[in-house]
Write a protein that binds this ligand. Structure first.
Ligand code: PLP
Length: 360
C-alpha cells in the first residue's frame, strides 16, 4: 500500500488484521484427488501468483513432500527461489518469456523452460552455450489461443533448431506443450488435433518429447482424452473450482479467509477486513459470510473494514469466515467470485500482504 494515505483508525497490520489460514492437510487431500483422477498422467502443480495467494514456497513444499515431481511457477525468479527453498529434487518449470539474465539464472538452478518463440529459443541456446549448463526445453505450439507459442508455420523451424542444438550437446528438448482456451469442447478438440500433429512432426524430425502437456484444471478434470503425459493444475489443487462449474469430489478450499469483529454497532458488526486488504467492495450486499451463529449477510465493504448483519451475542473478537469451511458451510473463493462475475483465483490473488498468512 506504499504511497496511499492511511485513513484515521486504520488497523491493518495489527492484531485486528484479517487472516488467510492455509491448511496443508486440505492441500494434500486436493493433490491426492487430482493425482488419482489424472493417473497415469503426471501432475505438475502450478503455483503462480505466489501459490494463488497462499504462498508459493509453502504450497510447493507440501506438494514435494507428497511426492509431486513437477512444480510450475510461471516466472523464472519464483522458480529459482523454489529451487533454493526445496533443494534439487523437484522438476521446476517456468514458461514466461524472460530476459537473458533470468535465463542464465534458470539454467544454473536447473529450471526447465517453456519456450514459445524462435527468438526465445535462440536466446536460451545462446545462454546455455555461454554458461555451460544444458538447458531443458519444452517447446510450445500455438494451438489457437494466439497468446504465445510457435505457429504451425514456425514449428518445424523451431524443432529443427532445437534438435540441432541437442545434437551439439547444448540443450535437451524434452517436452511439447500448449494451453487450451477452454471455451468449448469443439475448440479444445481442434486444439488437441493441432497439438498431436505437431508432436508427430517433431518426432519425425528426431525429437523425443517424453513430456506432452496441454491441459490446466478444468480440462484436466473433465476431459481425460485431452491429457497428455503431464497436466498443469493450479486452481483445483488449491480448492478453487471453476466459476459456474460443479463441486469436485475430494476437492476443498485449501485456505480460509477470516476477519474478526472489531466493534458491535447495533444490529451490525464491523469486521477488520476491507477493500484495502483486497476484498472487492462489490461483494457488499451480494454474499453471506460464516459467523458463530451461522450465515449472515455481508452488508458493505469499506476501505479498511466491512459490515456484517449482527447475531445475538456477537462480541468483539468473534471470527467471521469470509470463505472456507466453517460457518456457512463450504464457501469457496469461487462462491464469492460468482456473485460479482469473476473467478475464484482473482479473489485469492488480490489479497494483499495486509492479510496475515497462517499455516497449519
Ligand atoms: C495458470 C496456468 C495453468 C494452471 O491453470 P489452472 O486453471 O489454475 O489449473 C496451467 N498452464 C498455464 C500455462 C497457466 O498459465
Amino acid at each position: 500500500m506504499g504511497g496511499l494515505t492511511v485513513p484515521d483508525g486504520m488497523l491493518s497490520g495489527n492484531g485486528g488484521a484479517a487472516v488467510l489460514r492455509a491448511d496443508a492437510a486440505v492441500l494434500r487431500g486436493n493433490i491426492a484427488a487430482v493425482r488419482a483422477r489424472v493417473a497415469p498422467a503426471e501432475l505438475m502443480m502450478v503455483v503462480k501468483d505466489d501459490g494463488y495467494g497462499l504462498g508459493a514456497v509453502w504450497a510447493a513444499r507440501v506438494a514435494a513432500e507428497a511426492g509431486v515431481v513437477w512444480i510450475g511457477s510461471y516466472d523464472i525468479p519464483t522458480a529459482v527461489h523454489l529451487r533454493d527453498a526445496l533443494g534439487p529434487e523437484p522438476r521446476l518449470f517456468a514458461w514466461v518469456t524472460s530476459t537473458d539474465e533470468e535465463i542464465a539464472a534458470a539454467l544454473h538452478a536447473h529450471v526447465d523452460l517453456g519456450v514459445g518463440s524462435i527468438d526465445y529459443l535462440e536466446r536460451v541456446i545462446v545462454q546455455a552455450d555461454a554458461t555451460g549448463y544444458r538447458a531443458r526445453i519444452h517447446l510450445k505450439i500455438d494451438t489457437g489461443l494466439h497468446r504465445n507459442g510457435l505457429s504451425a508455420a514456425e514449428w518445424e523451424d523451431g524443432v529443427r533448431i532445437a534438435v540441432d542444438a541437442q545434437h551439439r550437446g547444448i540443450i535437451d528438448l524434452v517436452g511439447a506443450w500448449s494451453h487450451l482456451a477452454e471455451a468449448s469442447d469443439a475448440e479444445d478438440d481442434a486444439a488437441q488435433r493441432r497439438f498431436l500433429a505437431a508432436i508427430v512432426r517433431a518426432q519425425e524430425l528426431g525429437a523425443e518429447l517424453p513430456f506432452q502437456h496441454l491441459t490446466a484444471s478444468a480440462a484436466t478434470w473433465e476431459r481425460p482424452e485431452l491429457r497428455g503425459t503431464l497436466v498443469r493444475v493450479g486452481a483445483f489443487c488449491f480448492g478453487v473450482r471453476s466459476a459456474g462449474g460443479p463441486d469436485l469430489s475430494g476437492i476443498a478450499p485449501a485456505a480460509e479467509l477470516i476477519a474478526s469483529v472489531r466493534r458491535v454497532d447495533g444490529d451490525e458488526v464491523v469486521v477488520g477486513m476491507g477493500s484495502f486488504d483486497g476484498l472487492p467492495s462489490t461483494l457488499g450486499g451480494r454474499v453471506q459470510v460464516g459467523t458463530p451463529a451461522g450465515p449472515r449477510d455481508l452488508l458493505r465493504v469499506d476501505a479498511d473494514a466491512s459490515r456484517v448483519a449482527a447475531w445475538p451475542g456477537a462480541e468483539v473478537g468473534d471470527e467471521v469466515i469470509v470463505f472456507g469451511r466453517g460457518g456457512s458451510g463450504d464457501v469457496s473463493p469461487t462462491t464469492l467470485a460468482e456473485a460479482i462475475g469473476t473467478v475464484g483465483e482473482e479473489i485469492l490473488c488480490r489479497l494483499t500482504d495486509g492479510v496475515r498468512r497462517e499455516y497449519r
